[in-house]
Write a protein of this length. Structure first.
Length: 464
């Protein structure tokens, strides 16, 4: 047993000897080892990245857990993981990373930009928000690591998050049909399932925003505002008003909220056919949405578009109760806007949802089928702080809604015959997911807001 214990001690001694005596001879001086005992105390070890990229090749051979110890850091877990696994080689050398720097409340926009300017040299501010006390920043990841200790000296900085991409949770039937679908074989069951066919309200005057892949101007839909949040102002070939739906997901969701069913002689109408739809395009052609763009879209929906309700059928990551996205939703709710989000399609186990479904002020929606049974794919909570969700379950299995002409989903559905072919591009197709259940609830809340305009968002949630 004693012989077994000696080998690790010899190994540790060899590593220390190499670090102090041999490594400096070859220019490996990347690690500040002045306080090596800090490794045991969970303190930060600073990487000196001021010098040339020639050091990068050697850094990748050093255990990242020794190089970066961020336990007391401002960085969130995803940013810690990203920085700890950087391959610092000339061939694979990331030049920048997008981060969201969250400041403490009451830190104004000028103060935020001044703080960033005083710390970083190689950076660009992409968004400086009103809806949250924070900004999105493009920064050199090596400089970010180098300035980590300096960032911690600013008491106004609360947390720093790695920007992430959300996905639209949708399930498509991939089995080919012999020909396109016959509407006589497929009833609209989701409208009567929630009782929307037996109320006087139609959503008249209600403004419902859809933050998604865009909304195609289908003949069934009344879209009053369009705005594209997926564009690069440095790329002059990109039109900031190119708001059309290249994916098809957003148009399907919009139809479940507010289609008047005109293309199908009224059959495949939405829950609230007289709502005013607001197209806040924040998703790309493959259904990905960047959180920085989404937060910007939420801000626009609240401050400029004057939305009553925001429908958000996307999600991802861990079920954190607090992050920049959930904070934006909370602040929108505080300003009287109802935010409805999808629970996710990774169920039915516990902890299978993510953000923003885990947000405390979002109305989180799970999916049910035509038998009023919970869909097998519908995600559950709780959050990591044990807040339960979803808040409500709504029809989300094989629900039929508006098609976006020439979109990715539309082309796929046309290829396999899983769509309803009507004239003048007023086509429809069925999809499943908590993505579909979410706009059903958004439409129901539009009816409820029309009937009870004085209710608060929380009261409407309880009433529903």
């Amino acid at each position: 047993m004693k012989k077994f214990n000696k080998k690790p001690n010899l190994l540790i001694f060899a590593i220390i000897l190499t670090s102090f005596l041999i490594a400096p001879l070859f220019g490996f001086g990347l690690v500040d080892v002045k306080n090596t005992q800090n490794v045991q105390d969970d303190q930060n070890i600073v990487i000196n990245l001021d010098s040339s990229q020639s050091k990068a090749t050697d850094l990748q051979n050093i255990d990242s857990s020794i190089l970066l110890n961020f336990k007391s850091s401002l960085f969130d877990n995803s940013l810690k993981d990203y920085l700890s696994k950087l391959y610092l080689t000339q061939e694979c050398n990331p030049k920048d990373v997008n981060i969201i720097v969250l400041f403490k409340d009451l830190t104004n926009k000028r103060e935020r930009s001044d703080v960033i300017d005083s710390i970083f040299e190689d950076y660009k501010i992409i968004y400086n928000y009103n809806i949250i006390p924070g900004l999105t920043l493009k920064v050199n990841p090596y400089e970010l690591v180098e300035k980590e200790n300096e960032l911690m000296q600013y008491s106004k900085i609360q947390k720093i998050y790695k920007s992430k991409t959300y996905k639209t949770p949708v399930i498509k039937d991939s089995m080919p049909k012999s020909n396109n679908l016959n509407l006589n074989d497929y009833d609209n069951w989701w409208v009567p399932a929630i009782g929307a066919d037996s109320v006087a309200e139609t959503g008249n005057g209600m403004r419902v925003a859809v933050i998604d892949s865009g909304i195609y101007h289908h003949s069934d839909l009344d879209v009053i505002l369009d705005r594209n949040f997926v564009w690069d102002p440095e790329d002059k070939s990109v039109d900031p008003f190119a708001y059309q739906d290249l994916n098809g997901h957003g148009t399907h969701c919009a139809g479940l909220i507010g289609s008047d069913g005109g293309g199908s002689s009224g059959k495949y109408r939405g829950i609230a056919p007289d709502v005013d739809l607001i197209n806040a395009k924040a998703g790309n052609s493959v259904g990905g949405l960047n959180d920085s763009d989404i937060i910007n879209a939420i801000e626009w929906c609240v401050e400029t578009a004057n939305a009553d309700i925001i429908s958000m059928s996307f999600g991802g990551g861990s079920p954190a109760a607090h992050d920049p996205m959930t904070l934006a939703i909370s602040n929108a709710t505080d300003q009287g806007v109802i935010c409805v989000v999808a629970a996710g399609n990774s169920g039915p186990g516990y902890f299978t949802g993510g953000s923003p479904a885990s947000g405390i002020d979002a109305i989180t929606v799970g999916a049910s089928d035509s038998n009023n049974e919970l869909a097998s794919f519908s995600s559950w909570g709780p959050t990591f702080s044990y807040i339960g969700y979803p808040d409500v379950v709504a029809p989300g299995v094989d629900v039929i809604s508006t098609s976006a002409k020439d979109s990715g989903i539309a082309r796929e559905m046309e290829f396999i015959g899983n769509y309803f072919d009507f004239s003048f591009n007023a086509d429809y197709y069925p999809l499943s997911g908590t993505s579909m259940a979410t706009p059903v609830v958004a439409g129901a809340l539009a009816l409820l807001k029309e009937a009870y305009p004085s209710l608060t968002p929380k009261q409407r949630e309880l009433h529903y």
